[in-house]
Ligand binder design. Structure first.
Ligand code: A2P
Length: 295
């Protein structure tokens, strides 16, 4: 699968990208090298993941031209503010070992300190104008955060990366994104957040959902492949994470089947309306003990 989506400024983004959230630095380089060898051309990381250096190393080791790989990373909330976010760009670019970051986004809306969020976004706008980033966007923005940002800034975000899997489909966010010309990008697209250890008791893995399992069996694919196909057919970007070579390859191999409208609707109907990740209205620099070290 090597389809691409076109962002609102014309930049091409591979539909299926590769995620490295919760990939330990030691395993990230190998995982990203495996992904690039399998055909992925978009890697999603974040300053807050602590593995940008390893992502950059994998791209260099791959032998691919820099232009062939779309690198996306995120500014952490402790680096919001105009000057701080410009510095965060320098830090991420240095760790990745690149001059230009393809997609640079704000990791959280941080509504309690929205002035700083707006200043951070204005820094992204300035980097875009200077050609140091090719596209800018946001993550975990709910419709009211998008509205507040739009009132204060010029450039419409190219994408909004949000938790999105069959148990949490975020219809209102998808609609708000679409109305504004923002691409919806799914994090935890196969529902890893519903079973990641340490993220709360009593979770039920989407990968083990009965309906997902039945539909996957009917198409002769795995639950993960089924969910990724659902994203792609509904026009979303998805960034599944894996450190396992067979699963890395499997998650890109989703061209050989098509879901019917009824099947897409059956998957939509699994929504429980309960997020697995943190509430974007709550996250601020004190939520996690994360500061981003200089390069
Ligand atoms: P692993 O890295 O061992 O493959 P998400 O991207 O939705 O958060 O999901 C990531 C989680 O799903 C990780 O725990 C990953 O584990 C697992 N995973 C990734 N691909 C598959 C797959 N094809 N089948 C089952 N589990 C998968």
């Amino acid at each position: 699968m090597n389809d691409t989506l076109t962002l609102n400024n014309g930049v091409q983004l591979p539909t299926i990208g590769f995620g490295v959230f919760q990939s330990e630095p030691e395993e990230t380089t190998t995982a990203v090298q495996t992904a690039l060898a399998a055909g992925y051309r978009h890697i999603d990381t974040a300053a807050g993941y602590g593995n940008e250096r390893e992502v950059g190393e994998a791209v260099r080791r791959s032998g691919l031209d820099r232009e062939e790989v779309v690198l996306e990373t995120k500014v952490w909330v402790s680096d919001y503010g105009f000057d701080e976010t410009r510095h965060a760009f320098d830090t991420s670019a240095a760790k990745l070992g690149v001059d230009v970051i393809d997609v640079l986004i704000l990791h959280q809306p941080m509504p309690q300190h929205f002035e700083r969020t707006v200043d951070a976004y204005r820094a992204l706008e300035s980097l875009l104008a200077e050609g140091r980033v090719r596209a800018i966007g946001v993550s975990n923005f709910m419709p009211h955060h998008l509205a507040a940002l739009a009132e204060r800034t010029e450039v419409v975000p190219a994408l909004n990366q949000v938790e999105l899997h069959p148990y949490f489909t975020q219809r209102a966010v998808q609609e708000a994104n679409a109305e504004r010309g923002i691409l919806t990008q799914a994090w935890s697209p196969i529902g890893g957040i519903t079973f990641y250890p340490g993220w709360g008791e009593g979770r039920r893995s989407v990968l083990e959902d009965e309906t997902i399992g039945r539909l996957a069996d009917e198409h002769g694919v795995t639950p993960a492949q089924l969910m990724l196909r659902w994203h792609v057919q509904q026009g979303r970007s998805a960034i599944p994470k894996s450190t396992n070579p067979a699963r890395i390859a499997q998650n890109l191999d989703i061209s050989g089947f098509v879901l019917s409208d009824d099947e897409l609707r059956a998957i939509d109907a699994l929504d429980r309306g309960v997020r697995g990740g943190p509430d974007p209205d709550e996250v601020d620099p004190s939520t996690w003990d994360v500061t981003i070290p200089d390069a």
